[in-house]
Design a protein. Structure first.
Length: 552
């Protein structure tokens, strides 16, 4: 018995873990925990099927320095999340849910599994973690935020939960890249305060300064700003926050400021219910309302979110993400093309015309990088869908971003559409030509009038893609693609118009995703898949195939 204990203690030391905690039980839903001083992290055991436990972090003066919501483990541990203990003295923990069903608080498994540690292991433990798509090291991620380019570095912020792999505790995470492909995780950029959680927003460069504008999501949604003097690494919140408020709509969020050279002032577009509101400013602090856009235009089946507004070749493009209301259910990205004079956006299409940027189920919250070089319009999307984002079969992390894409314009009939092509940086990933698909590859298919592409594995799982030149459609069937059991909304067939002939398809595969593009940019389709083993076989009817391995 003594030998077993010694082995167990040695294992804990190897993992950098120390003795379990000793809670103070105060009631059937209430406990406290005195923090051991000198420790870096407290590893919080999470059980995703449980109710939220509200944790207040108090310092030595009994001031609350942080508040977070965590699904602390009751009878099993799904994974651990790190709580940095800098300045913490006491945790005040309130459990929610029916304790008559869960048992006594003192018996919860979290107390036996909650441990101090000098480090947190972020080594990948997930079969479905993408290789060449951006993902958080751990925890939940949704909308990309505040993206900008400066001094050779692409900055990506994102909606982030550092304390669980489901939506909660919205914070701005941060990653940087020099090539849009290889991303380096950075410390948290902007954390919640007493105005609320940190919802989506944007960054602009103003001389040597980076200014972030974001939604403070408290009792009401208001807009705040923060300043960075070190290129976007750290931010100081403006003492005069909030800088913009409203009282007429509950959903008032996702600000997108930008410098408009035409009027020599800043413009701002943000989502307000089911419309976009436009403002102007000379200093990013005092905003004047100019106009609204959206009434009766496009799809109104859900809340409008995450707007963007930029000029391409003399036309203006207004990005409008919507949830629900996507062409195949759940969240999606629609857009409008027209003119903007710094005060009002005028759409060139009839009100009932709806244009989708991507016809898959897993493409949302699309926004562009501010100040991208060469006058490019580079965008990233959140590669998931609100119908099942919290349930997809990963635990260490949830959600990835799409590959980077460049936007342009093309005409078809009487309408102007936005073209979508993989960013040129993706070409650098092309390795040797191979005969069979792998879990990370790019597939080129030179199409004919009717082309069918079947990706499959030895388990009988498959994805079927079809191009019909006569109907001018492209479809992707993932009904039998692998694990589809976690949501009734996941098995689906998605179909896109091709706006003419497709000569070549570019298909990117990365473990849990398939992104298909018309090489000329007239069609894009993004879908998640969760095969039990990689698709290692391909059959193509009516087309010529070239497969490149991915060099990452």
């Amino acid at each position: 018995m003594k030998k077993t204990v010694l082995i167990f203690m040695a294992l804990l030391m190897t993992l950098g873990l120390k003795a379990q905690v000793k809670p103070i039980i105060l009631g059937d839903k209430h406990a406290m925990l005195k923090v051991k001083q000198g420790e870096k992290y407290l590893l919080l055991p999470v059980q995703e099927s449980e109710e939220i436990a509200a944790i207040a972090v108090l310092n030595g003066d009994n001031e609350m320095v942080k508040r977070l919501n965590v699904k602390l483990a009751i009878d099993r541990v799904d994974y651990y999340m790190p709580l940095e203990l800098k300045g913490a003295r006491l945790l005040d923990i309130e459990f929610h849910g029916d304790r008559r069903q869960k048992g006594a608080v003192s018996e919860f498994v979290c107390w036996r599994e909650m441990k101090y540690s000098g480090s947190f292991d972020t080594t990948n433990r997930e079969h479905f973690r993408p290789v060449y798509h951006h993902t958080p090291l751990y925890g939940w991620m949704n909308d990309p935020n505040g993206m900008f380019y400066k001094d050779g570095v692409w900055h990506l912020y994102y909606q982030y939960n550092p304390y669980g792999s489901q939506w909660e505790n919205m914070t701005w995470g941060h990653s940087t890249s020099r090539d849009l492909i290889h991303w380096e995780a950075q410390p948290l950029a902007i954390e919640p305060d007493w105005l609320g959680s940190i919802f989506s927003g944007s960054c602009v460069t103003n001389g040597d300064e980076v200014v972030a504008m974001y939604t403070s999501a408290g009792h009401h949604q208001t807009q705040s700003i923060a300043f960075s003097k070190d290129g976007g690494r750290t931010f100081t919140k403006y003492a005069g926050n909030p800088v913009l408020t409203t009282s007429d709509v509950a959903d008032f969020r996702d600000p997108r400021p930008f410098w408009n050279e035409d009027i020599k002032a800043w413009n701002l577009i943000l989502a307000a219910g089911q419309e976009m509101r436009i403002y102007s400013s000379k200093d990013l602090k005092d905003w004047k309302y100019e106009s609204s856009f959206g009434k009766e235009y496009g799809n109104h089946s859900g809340v409008w979110e995450c707007p963007d507004l930029f000029k391409i070749d003399g036309n203006w493009v207004l990005i409008c993400n919507i949830n629900p209301g996507g062409p195949f259910g759940g969240s999606a990205t629609q857009y409008f093309v027209g003119q903007f004079d710094g005060h009002k956006f005028t759409c060139e299409s009839m009100p009932k015309v709806t244009k989708w940027l991507d016809y898959g189920k897993d493409h949302y919250a699309t926004v562009s990088f501010y100040n991208a070089p060469e006058n490019r319009h580079v965008v990233l999307a959140w590669m998931s869908n609100w119908q099942y984002a919290n349930q997809v079969p990963t635990k260490q992390f949830r959600s990835a971003n799409s590959i980077p894409r460049d936007l342009g314009l093309f005409r078809c009939g009487e309408e102007t559409y936005v073209s979508v092509v993989p960013s040129k940086e993706m070409l650098a990933l092309r390795g040797a030509k191979v005969k069979k698909p792998t879990e990370t590859c790019e597939i080129l298919v030179d199409t004919k009038n009717n082309t069918e592409i079947v990706l499959s594995n030895t388990k009988g799982e498959q994805v079927v893609m079809r191009y019909d030149a006569a109907k001018q459609t492209f479809s992707m069937d993932r009904v039998n693609s692998g694990d589809v059991s976690f949501s009734e909304a996941f098995p689906a067939v998605t179909e896109a118009p091709t706006f003419g002939t497709i000569k070549q398809l570019r298909i990117f595969i990365d473990r849990c995703s398939i992104e298909a593009f018309d090489a000329e940019g007239k069609m894009a389709m993004t879908n998640l898949v969760f095969p039990s083993e990689p698709y290692n076989n391909i059959k193509v009817k009516g087309g010529k195939t070239t497969i490149f391995e991915i060099k990452y």
